[in-house]
Design a protein around this ligand. Sequence first.
Ligand SMILES: Cc1cc2nc3c(=O)[nH]c(=O)nc-3n(C[C@H](O)[C@H](O)[C@H](O)COP(=O)(O)O)c2cc1C
Length: 167
Amino acid sequence: MKTISYSQNLVHPVTLLSTSDGEHENIATMSWVSALSRKPPLLMVSVSPLRYSHDLLLRSREFAILVLSETQREMATLAGTLSGSHNQKWSLAPFKQAKKPAHQIKASLLRGCLATFECRLVNHLTAGDHTLFIGEVVNQEQNSQQNPLILFNRKYFSLGDFIEKYP
Ligand SMILES: Cc1cc2nc3c(=O)[nH]c(=O)nc-3n(C[C@H](O)[C@H](O)[C@H](O)COP(=O)(O)O)c2cc1C
């Protein structure tokens, strides 16, 4: 059957998935990320089993989602094109300079993000060629001064004009 490429017609945030089992740590760009539930606060990230982050997340059972701001494009491209299987991405200059510890989990956070969610893994299931990881948010930080970096049609965008309030 022909593979349909549909995801480019959806609008996605650009985030980094930060994982650590205490011995190995990694960051990888993830756009298939969404809120799932308010009570408890759950979010999901869809990760291909081909990613180094995949098994690291399964082992560590905790992770952080770092929502990138429009000024952090370089990080999105670096963390989304290099693999942690061959690279220590946290030692690259842009990440090293902005690295900071989390409050509730081992994985590191990044200064300058729009928002940061520290999560404990509560469930995971196979979703076609990806694994859907569901995490409970145990700590969050937000910086309302930042604008999000947005992925649409395989390109990065910044936020457009304000139109009207959501009812
Ligand atoms: C903008 C962007 C969004 C991405 N979104 C995802 C995603 O949602 N899920 C996924 O498995 N890979 C995604 N990727 C690909 C991974 O980030 C990429 O394969 C990365 O090298 C994996 O790193 P790792 O092997 O260190 O885990 C994305 C890449 C980019 C550039």
